[in-house]
Design a protein around this ligand. Sequence first.
Ligand code: URA
Length: 206
Amino acid sequence: MISQDDKEARSKTLKTVREEAEGCTRCDLYKNATQTVFGEGRRSARVVFVGEQPGDKEDIEGRPFVGPAGTLFDNILEEAGIDRKKTYVTNAVKHFKFEPRGKRRIHSKPNAGEIRACRWWLDQELTIIRPDVAVALGATAARALTGKQVPITRLRGSVVESAEGVPVLITVHPSYLLRIPNAAEKERERERFAKDMRKVKELMKG
Ligand code: URA
């Protein structure tokens, strides 16, 4: 049964929800971040990619996945035959969480309360788009989408259900690939991620 909240969310547009999210104070992360980094893409997207939270560059530019992890992600999507412009890309948490270290801002992991608070926006994005598949890029996204802790290493490449019944493909975060020091292992892990993206493409067709 469709709840009243769902009906209300479906009658909204991504633009209205994005505008509402600009003033979000649902947790404390808005206090230090430059701006809300809302999702980007089409309402007609058949796939929604969910990352963890904006990084330093995303916080400044106000767009998701435009830094180094985003560039790698774009390249692998292209190889898998997925046009990012036809997808929707967002994050579990919409403000940059960081620790100041001198002039640098060091990424800090969002906690369970911050992930829960920000589900308010992710739920609305998913309700409006109703994709064939959502892709959890890493543990934070998997937690946001399923409402539970997900063992990424064990479930990587498999499809589980989100709290609202959307199929969720579990995979790693592209920044994990960037951090692997060994070249051979990096290449192996990149290929596994590319394989997951090919699976996403199949799920989009189905
Ligand atoms: N990492 C994320 O999870 N999201 C971004 O937007 C950028 C880096």
